[in-house]
Design a protein around this ligand. Sequence first.
Ligand code: SAM
Length: 189
Amino acid sequence: MFSLDKLTDLAHNFMAAHIKAGDRVIDATAGNGHDTLFLAGVVGPSGLVYAFDIQKTALRETAARLKDFGFTDRVVLLQKGHETLSEYAEPPVSAVMYNLGYLPGGDKEITTSAESSLTSIKEALKILSPGGMLSIIAYSGHESGKKERDALMAYCSALDPHKFKAVQLTILNRKNEPPELLLLQKSYF
Ligand SMILES: C[S@@+](CC[C@H](N)C(=O)[O-])C[C@H]1O[C@@H](n2cnc3c(N)ncnc32)[C@H](O)[C@@H]1O
């Protein structure tokens, strides 16, 4: 069961249908660790998750969540900007997840940015394996989020359709700038 009210659930469902046990995947914005935990469950004990966040407090929260489920060994936690992900994640990488914005319950001034997110997504697309999937949840309810969303939309809309498929999902009947889910898939050939 999942709710259409939550784009995070939708993203998980797309990813769960795509990722296989034993895969190597990335959580580019670990935050409170919900997506990292989800990915660690899907890749299983033979898989590996690289989880990035610039905030120590986010990684601490993520580490505690993983420990509760006994998933610590299958996750590499990195206090690094996700724009550096290709320096740390060893290919093949079958999936990369982004949930942009600020840490819920944390400092709202520390947020992802158009520049670093774009750099990161370009790097992620390079190391993604053929058929690999990337999900991005973007929020345009605040000024920097809107700038970031617009930059990502422009980039994704211009991707070569022979090399990538780009899909956009949103909640049509929610007022006030609903979040958006972008899904990108690298071609198999
Ligand atoms: C909306 S939260 C992520 C929520 C998380 N996926 C979860 O399941 O709880 C966004 C996170 O992105 C992090 N962040 C901001 N800039 C970043 C960057 N350049 N690289 C990696 N993480 C970044 C923030 O510190 C924040 O924790």
